[in-house]
Design a protein around this ligand. Structure first.
Ligand SMILES: Nc1ncnc2c1ncn2[C@@H]1O[C@H](COP(=O)(O)OP(=O)(O)OP(=O)(O)O)[C@@H](O)[C@H]1O
Length: 443
């Protein structure tokens, strides 16, 4: 370790202290993570999950482990240095991120996650603190809890941060899948919009309550397997109707709300995989511009916005011909003029992508939602076969071999997305509160 000179401490985690340091031979700035526990054998060190996972993972959106060193029974990881973590970035914001900024963050995180899941690992502790940022580049860090998908359940040592913990983990499922990472991604996506955590539970029970308060109480139709989890029988589910995500996250587009809703599905099998999430219309926004209506008020761009219209989302237009089977989202405004006021103010070049822009309207604005899975409304996205096999026997089943991305349930050229209708507006509007001082608890 004499090759490194510590500049200052930059992180104090559960497992280690992290320091900004530089290599005195090369002057390279690095992050040194000094593990808190002592190690007595080198074998102990190299069998650590963080080492095993990071040795195998090499991706621009995964923090790079450069070196592992043991000295006087102390273990040091030398990482590429990143400027800050996403929690710091969120905390320092005085105004919400634009959707474009959020899209850029999410794109990178999901790309790292696709790579990781396709290589047979899931993270199990995704949270803003574990997403490191330098000049807009985001990298996934802290693989201390990363699990090989082929390791055998039960997973008794799980200790992920509560606010981002998936319901199946809270309800003590003994086996779970990479979809627990997708739940965390949904919570993080929502937080990027509001700058506040979506499910800030103070205890495990409160955590389930907070989830119910947003998604509504689950039942057999929403999550049949969930009702039989060990803790479900002893657990008093709070009977709470779902909230309208639009009200909770007023600055998010319909596409973003839909992605959050799908990622934060009670049933892990309804959550899109990372690969599927990347195919969601949220990442294709320029292709899915709503058709502007012929409404004079829309052209008055500088006028203050009226109260948002009440919109009802619906799926329709299932034709009988195979070519007609793409899902189409219809906006059903309470009045045409309401919709005109609601239509987002896309920049000129975005509007140009919509064929027929400027034509007199003949029908409400439509977004095709790129589904060729032809599943009925409300059914879970098609589950990749590896995930089915994994759940089927609750035993070790390795993910398909890594590589450019083919495995892990991706559907190049198609997407599993349909929209679940947004819930009725049941509760009062939550304001955009400044990010709270975060207390992160572990069990
Ligand atoms: N490569 C890095 N570059 C810059 N900062 C880093 C780096 N790695 C970690 N940090 C900082 O240190 C903090 C703690 O790091 P890390 O999460 O790896 O430790 P931990 O002990 O495993 O933490 P946790 O309590 O989340 O399990 C991070 O949130 C981040 O702010």
């Amino acid at each position: 370790m004499e090759r490194y000179k510590v500049i200052r401490e930059i992180g104090d985690g559960t497992c280690g202290n992290v320091f900004r340091a530089y290599n005195i031979e090369t002057n390279e700035i690095v992050a040194v993570k000094k593990m808190k526990r002592k190690f007595y054998h080198w074998e102990e060190c190299i069998s650590l999950r963080e080492v095993k996972a990071l040795q195998k993972l090499n991706h621009p959106n995964i923090v790079q482990l450069k070196e592992v060193t043991m000295e006087n029974h102390e273990l040091f990881f030398i990482f590429e240095h990143m400027d800050c973590n996403l929690y710091d970035v969120i905390r320092e914001r005085s105004a919400p991120f634009s959707e474009e900024e959020i899209r850029k963050f999410m794109l990178q995180i999901l790309q790292g996650l696709v790579y990781m899941h396709n290589n047979g690992y899931f993270h199990r502790d995704l949270k803003p603190e574990n997403l490191l940022v330098t000049n807009g580049i985001v990298k996934i860090a802290d693989f201390g809890l990363a699990r090989e998908v082929c390791s055998s359940p039960p997973y008794t040592d799980y200790v992920s941060t509560r606010w981002y913990r998936a319901p199946e983990v809270l309800l003590q499922a003994s086996a779970y899948t990479p979809s627990i990472d997708m739940w965390a991604i949904g919570a993080i996506l929502a937080e990027l919009f509001t700058l506040s955590p979506l499910f800030p539970g103070e205890t495990e029970t409160d955590q389930v309550y907070k989830i119910c308060a947003v998604l509504g109480t689950p039942d057999y139709s929403l999550w049949p397997e969930g009702m039989n989890l060990p803790r479900s029988s002893s657990f008093q589910f709070f009977q709470i109707p779902p909230r309208n995500l639009w009200e909770l996250i007023p600055n998010a587009s319909l596409e973003a709300l839909d992605l959050i809703k799908q990622l934060c599905s009670w049933d892990p099998r309804r959550r899109p995989t990372a690969e599927q999430a990347l195919q969601h219309p949220f990442f294709n926004v320029r292709k899915w511009v709503p058709r502007p209506l012929h409404d004079a008020s829309y052209s008055k761009r500088n006028e203050p916005r009226a109260t948002p219209p009440r919109l009802e989302l619906d799926l329709w237009c299932f034709g009988k011909e195979s070519d007609d089977l793409d899902l189409t989202l219809s906006l059903k405004p309470s009045s045409v003029s309401d919709l005109g006021k609601h239509v987002p103010e896309h920049r000129q070049e975005e509007n140009l992508l919509y064929p027929g822009y400027g034509n007199p309207p003949v029908q409400p604005g439509l977004w095709p939602l790129m589904s060729s899975s032809h599943r009925p409304l409300g059914e879970a996205p098609a589950m990749p076969s590896w995930q089915q096999a994994y759940i089927a026997d609750s035993q070790a089943t390795a993910l398909p071999a890594a590589g450019g991305g083919g495995g892990g349930g991706g559907f190049p050229g198609s997407s599993p997305f349909g929209l679940f209708p947004l819930q009725p507006n049941l509760m009062e509007k939550r304001s955009l509160a400044p990010a709270p001082i975060r207390q992160v608890n572990f069990f």
